[in-house]
Design a protein around this ligand. Sequence first.
Ligand code: PLP
Length: 363
Amino acid sequence: MIPMVDLKVQYHALKDEIDGGILTALENTQFILGPNVTALEQETAAYLGVKHAIACASGTDALHLALAAAGVGPGDEVITTPFTFIATAEAICDVGATPVFVDIDPKSFNIDPACIEAAITPRTKAVLPVHLFGQPADLRAIAEICTRRGLLLLEDCAQSFGASIDGVMTGAWGLFGCFSFFPSKNLGCYGDGGLITTNDDAMAEQVKMLRNHGSKVRYHHDVIGYNSRLDELQAVILRVKLKHMDAFTAGRRRVAHLYSTLLAGSVLTPPCEDGIGLHVYHQYTTLTARRDAVMEALSKAQIASAIYYPIPLHQQNVFSADCAGLRLPVTEDVAARCLSLPVFPEMTDDQVRQVVEVVKSVC
Ligand SMILES: *Cc1c(COP(=O)(O)O)cnc(C)c1O
């Protein structure tokens, strides 16, 4: 059996450290915004090369709090990709703004900067690219557009912890970077968690207030906020894992590169590293005209595979009124042919060979 991601091998490798840290935190009893949350915020800020990192309850909340702090709200349009998890657009709607979906690049699967430019209207307030599957979106081009057209840049980094362009991490380019610590993400905890990064002191203060009931000083409330804090036990787990982050990324890249070598000549077209930045392979996503056949063969061999994402957001029921008649041909083509294979840092070369052998049995 080969799962999409094996969280158990990783836990067993780190068990002593994680269990010990949790027991200490249980004895400390500072469960909300305790010392491990503060330490995690400092350590992730240092790792990501940003001035501020603020932990919160989920990646979805990270997006929501960042958009709210940036002042995005009713009447505003936010340009984003339709080829992503629903949370990206959900957060835009939750602050009362409207997501505007534009097409993607066929090679990287990331938002196409030329399409962003064409979709700007007087109501456009922000651009929200997603670094899909761990490959950085073209932030140089996108940041240039945002600066020239006076738009805010917020990054959805839920899948890209550790990805970078010219040594500058994703999450350090925009006004905000929004990360998820969902268990299967490149840096994941054992529950829900999220992180917001920014280099702007005032925005950092605003986000800290919003995540904690609009309060800077206890029982003094300046704005209507939320209860969106990362809990202390999750912070303990994340601090242990953060120390191994470079090795995790190296493991994912080793697996991906072995797949791409071995899959040559098969019915799966390997993902393209477009050279814009360092791909951290949250997912290893191929294209194929034989998707059903490959999935069936893998399933028979007890090997997982998955479609990320089968229905682009502009074709979801929830957006059917807003997006009626909207055609995004590249996105629709990719959604019809994409297939993701198992990838996780601890996956062995032998496991990769097993997957490829089954794929190659399909012609
Ligand atoms: C996982 C994910 C999110 C949401 O993160 P949660 O922690 O599950 O709320 C947002 N955007 C993308 C692209 C994701 O993959």
